[in-house]
Design a binder for this molecule. Structure first.
Ligand SMILES: *Cc1c(COP(=O)(O)O)cnc(C)c1O
Length: 392
């Protein structure tokens, strides 16, 4: 019999009842060290007192009003994002997928607006993940996600990761935009080198192609900058944000330059829940905390500390681990053993990590994880790796 919850996930048997910082408490009272943070969502850890305060205060005032009216909390968060980024305008969503949908619509509308309704093709990259809507699966194009869901939305072309020549020849007078994650998350924590992002920007500039960055997973301080692309000095035309921005409250955003948003007018797009006062009040508190230079410097330092320990684990367990990947606190361990075996061995040590493609396990702790928890995580990963090696 089908479970009452549609079985689209292979769930581990644990269930959690509360959380604090980087720790989760299970139904049986035992504690787990959380290096997944809800897949980079709980950016400030569980139950951060400042966020609980903002959420409960706003909950007592106003949860939802329609976008038929001005929403001051939404304007405040939009202003913060505009101040801190390349963007001049923001649309709020409830998820990364919805931000992706708008990115696709906005890019196509841009060319329509400029009298080129034929420029519709969007270039994406192998290993990409942009969400689960019909548009987002067509964009990513991976067999696993699209099989059985056809016919797919046309107008996407997937290129090999890191093949510059393929990119140059793929951009034609039909190309609308290039869509890429500066650090692939689901794809296995693959960092696009700064030189590649710069090269991509140059090709986009030469051809008028819009550059859309998907920073749903790698943005919001993960790499040690507010957004990952800032390391390269390159700025996109459109950017998708979600996951960390709500600190656990469902919130996403699509950021754009004024030029890229030229085709979007009243009636072009909308959302019932997007930009509600509750989500935006929490989002503003998250953005204020994370966009602080001292906070981001700590992410860089903690990332370096964690990475150094992980390099040690790779050296100690060469049969289990192959290499460390990532930047800041979006880290991956490329495995030699089966990554899912390592994740399971972690569960036995009460340590939560997340599997990714390319046989990688992801380490996406809260950005404010205490150093002592990093040390503890390394000790648990060490024991988990020994178990995997012994059982091989
Ligand atoms: C998670 C993710 C999405 C989809 O976000 P949802 O909130 O699950 O809809 C899109 N792009 C990237 C890079 C992601 O990691």
């Amino acid at each position: 019999m089908i479970p009452s919850v549609l079985p689209t996930y292979n769930r581990a048997p644990m269930a959690f009842v509360s959380g604090a910082g980087s720790w989760l408490t299970a139904e049986d009272g035992s504690k787990y060290l959380d290096l997944g943070a809800g897949i980079a969502v709980n950016a400030l850890g569980h139950a951060h007192p400042a966020l609980v305060k903002v959420l409960t205060e706003q909950a007592g005032k106003l949860w939802h009003v329609s976008n038929l009216y001005r929403i001051p909390e939404q304007e405040r968060l939009a202003n913060l994002l505009v101040e801190q980024t390349f963007a001049q305008t923001v649309f709020f969503t409830n998820s990364g997928t919805e931000a992706c949908e708008l990115a696709i619509k906005m890019a196509r509308k841009y060319w329509y607006h400029h009298g080129r309704p034929d420029r519709v093709e969007i270039i994406t990259f192998e290993g990409a993940f942009h969400g689960r809507s019909t548009g987002a699966i067509a964009a990513a194009g991976s067999e696993k996600m699209v099989k059985g869901f056809g016919p797919l939305m046309p107008g996407f072309r997937s290129l090999p990761w890191g093949d510059h020549d393929a990119l140059r020849s793929a951009i034609t007078d039909q190309t609308c935009a290039v869509l890429v994650e500066p650090v692939q998350g689901e794809g296995g924590i693959r960092v696009m080198p700064d030189a590649c992002l710069k090269g991509l920007r140059d090709v986009c500039d030469e051809t008028g192609t819009l550059m859309i960055l998907d920073e749903v997973q790698c943005g919001m301080g993960r790499t040690g900058r507010l957004f990952a692309h800032e390391w390269s000095g390159v700025e996109p035309d459109i950017m998708m944000v979600a996951k960390g921005i709500g600190g656990g409250f469902p919130l996403g955003a699509l950021l754009a330059t004024e030029a890229a948003a030229a085709g979007m007018v009243a009636g072009s797009h909308g959302s019932t829940y997007g930009g509600n006062p509750l989500g935006c009040a929490v989002g503003a508190a998250v953005v204020e905390m994370i966009s602080n230079d001292a906070f981001l410097a700590e992410v860089v330092r903690k990332g370096a500390l964690f990475r150094q320990g992980l390099e040690g684990l790779v050296a100690m367990h060469p049969k289990v681990f192959e290499a460390v990947r990532g930047q800041g606190l979006i880290l991956g361990l490329k495995c030699r053993s089966l990554n899912t075996d390592v994740v399971k061995a972690g569960y036995a040590q009460h340590l939560l990590t997340v599997a990714a493609a390319d046989n990688v396990i992801r380490l996406l702790p809260a950005l404010n994880i205490p150093d002592a928890d990093i040390t503890e995580a390394l000790a648990r990963l060490d024991r988990a790796a020994s178990d995997v090696a012994n059982n091989a």
